[in-house]
Design a protein around this ligand. Structure first.
Ligand code: FES
Length: 256
């Protein structure tokens, strides 16, 4: 219920107190100078500076581990955007974390195919095993668990990603072993692609800076064997195991 102020009284403020105070604090001078040099390199790759917003968000995420108001202010100032414009982008894409998170972002795909192949079970068991819910971090700060949507790796379902590297064909047991190894600091190898690195290191690569680790780029490779099955059939390199007929028709030629 609202109260109408008497004549001459000041109306109650409609905006609740306790809103975030703007502007956000700036980075320390030496951090800002370093990030400005990096940002200059990124922006120079684009004909229109605002096109550099996505990599710059990765850059500030590489600095702090998540995208803070300070990081968004930095992006806005470098690109001549408003903080509202930057915030709209940073809150749209799920690859930008909004709060302090773990060294390893463990994403379990729970989209349709992975879900029915075991992704739902993996996610439920990991929640219980780690004692955290979706988008929560283990007390040791090592693992942030989240359920993620399709990562275009359906042919390797169910898929778990750690800092955006693939761990294919997982089971609840293998996924629990994986997070145990991550928390214990034991080395883990993605099923394919480049070796694993920390979330901040991954964010810097996504900002467009080279992966300096020996052999990492070469290891990225191409499509995996399961992704190439259709192409091999189309080329006649692999016999077709089955033929799908148009609805209502039955076929007698070849296949099952
Ligand atoms: S449904 Fe999981 S990668 Fe596509």
């Amino acid at each position: 219920m609202t109260t109408v102020p008497a004549r001459g009284e000041t109306p109650e403020p409609r905006v609740p107190l306790g809103m975030p105070q703007l502007p956000a604090p700036d980075f320390p001078a030496e951090v800002r100078a370093r990030l400005e040099a990096d940002a200059k390199e990124v922006v120079a790759r684009y004909p229109d500076s605002r096109s550099a917003l996505l990599p710059l968000l990765h850059l500030v995420q590489a600095e702090e581990g998540h995208v803070t108001r300070t990081g968004m202010r930095f992006c806005a100032e470098v690109l001549g955007l408003t903080t509202a414009e930057v915030t709209a982008v940073a809150t749209f894409y799920t690859m930008y974390r909004r709060r302090p998170s773990g060294d390893y972002q463990v994403g379990v795909c729970t989209n349709t195919l992975c879900a029915v192949m075991g992704g739902d079970a993996i996610f439920e068991e990991l929640k219980e095993h780690l004692g955290v819910g979706n988008n929560e971090t283990t007390p040791d700060g090592k693992v942030t668990l989240e359920h993620i949507e399709c990562n275009a790796a359906c042919d390797f379902a169910p898929v778990v990603m750690v800092n955006w590297e693939f761990f294919d064909n997982q089971t609840p047991e293998s996924a629990k072993d994986l997070v145990d190894d991550l928390r214990a600091g034991r080395p883990v190898e993605p099923t394919r692609g480049a070796p694993l690195c920390t979330f901040k290191e991954t964010a810097r690569i996504l900002a467009g800076f080279p992966d300096e680790r020996p052999g990492a780029v070469e290891a990225s490779g191409g499509a995996g064997p399961a992704s190439l099955v259709g192409l091999r059939i189309a080329r006649g390199e692999t016999p077709q195991a089955s033929i799908v007929h148009p609805r209502g028709e039955t076929g007698t030629e070849g296949g099952e």
